[in-house]
Design a binder for this molecule. Structure first.
Ligand SMILES: O=P(O)(O)O[C@H]1O[C@H](CO)[C@@H](O)[C@H]1O
Ligand SMILES: O=c1cc[nH]c(=O)[nH]1
Length: 329
């Protein structure tokens, strides 16, 4: 069975589950949020940007960075973890954004959030659980026109360490643009198409940031960091260095420029639920040159900031704020 992407009208998030309508309450267990315990429209209804990434510290640093970049109230202050009651994922909000409007003589002040950043852990099972609950959260909150971006790290393929790859298509380990989900024992094949216009918009924003290379390419998503990515340095390895290089070169020839562990599931779930999605990952090394990540913590930290700086430039542009004067940490 094949399911395809369906962006649909209204800009709403689409949950494709008829059972949800008949539920009295929806408990988003791993986020420690729920429809009866929290006023989700009030908390999240104005969210326009959702950024996700593997580690809680990175996502907290990103939310703090965005507070500064967008000149939001509370910049420099500690941010509370919205999902603190669950230690599975962490969620931070950049805001509040205060908007004041006058309608029919009435002054109305709205305090809203513009952006949330959430950690998803490592690998497809972890990001899938988070995305099911996040997408339901955006649906219950009646969010519209949400853009979701995964900002991550990856192994590069034939590109310089520190390069940033914007994914045009997420592919599996056979270089196919598909995500296979087993449902009731059957394999359901889902499209891993990402929003091409969004990828181009991000590439255009990267021209503002001259100090690292940014490119568009395919991203290969694997179920494992070691054998699954053709590494010779895991606890198990049954192939030669020649076989590894032959596989990685075939991936390169198929258009793959980086390798990570979440993009196919991310593209499939977001696409099916009508979310405009992008994947932006920095390459920590060139896998044609080696397997071990040898860069210092300082260098790796700076690499991790590169996708964040690109996303900050993108959001600033979307908000009409113009180029950042302060995009360095
Ligand atoms: O840097 P993040 O976003 O955590 O993602 C990448 O890093 C992890 C492996 O080190 C995998 O989850 C891979 O997808
Ligand atoms: O090589 C790498 C580096 C980061 N993340 C991955 O999944 N692979």
């Amino acid at each position: 069975m094949t399911e395809t992407t369906g962006y649909s009208g209204g800009g709403f998030v689409h949950v494709k589950n008829p059972h949800l309508d008949s539920m009295e309450e929806d408990i988003l267990y791993h986020l420690d949020l729920g429809t009866k315990t929290h006023n989700l429209p009030a908390m999240f209804g104005d969210i326009k940007f959702v950024c996700v990434g593997g580690s809680p510290n990175r996502m907290r640093a990103f939310a703090q960075f965005m507070q500064r970049e967008l000149g939001l109230a509370g910049a420099g202050e500690e941010l509370p973890d919205i999902c603190a009651g669950s230690d599975r994922y962490a969620m931070y909000r950049a805001g509040p954004v205060l908007s004041i409007s006058v309608s029919s003589g009435l002054l109305s002040i709205t305090v809203s959030s513009l952006l949330i950043s959430i950690s998803h852990g490592m690998g497809i099972p972890s990001i899938s659980i988070m995305l099911h609950e996040l997408i339901k959260l955006l649906h219950h909150a009646k969010c519209r026109d949400v853009t979701i971006i995964r900002i991550g790290t990856s192994g590069g393929l034939g590109i310089e360490a520190g390069s940033v790859v914007i994914t045009d298509t997420a592919v599996d380990s056979s270089f196919q643009p598909r995500f296979e989900q087993v449902v009731l024992g059957d394999v359901v094949v889902r499209s891993t198409e990402l929003d091409k216009d969004l990828a181009e918009e991000l590439l255009a924003c990267s021209r503002e940031i001259a100090d690292f290379p940014t490119l568009i390419g395919h991203t290969m998503c694997t179920y494992d960091f070691y054998e699954g990515q053709g590494r010779l340095d895991g606890a198990l390895c049954s192939f030669s260095s020649e076989k590894k290089l032959e596989y990685l070169r075939r991936a390169y020839d198929a258009g793959v420029r980086n390798i990570e562990m979440e993009s196919t599931a991310f593209a499939a779930l977001c696409g099916l639920c009508g979310l405009k999605a992008a994947v932006v990952c920095v390459a920590l090394l060139d896998r044609l040159q080696g397997d071990q990540i040898r860069a210092s913590h300082e260098v790796l930290w700076e690499y991790q900031q590169r996708p964040q700086r690109l996303i900050a430039a993108f959001i600033r542009q979307r908000l009409g704020l113009g180029p950042a004067g302060r995009s360095q940490h």
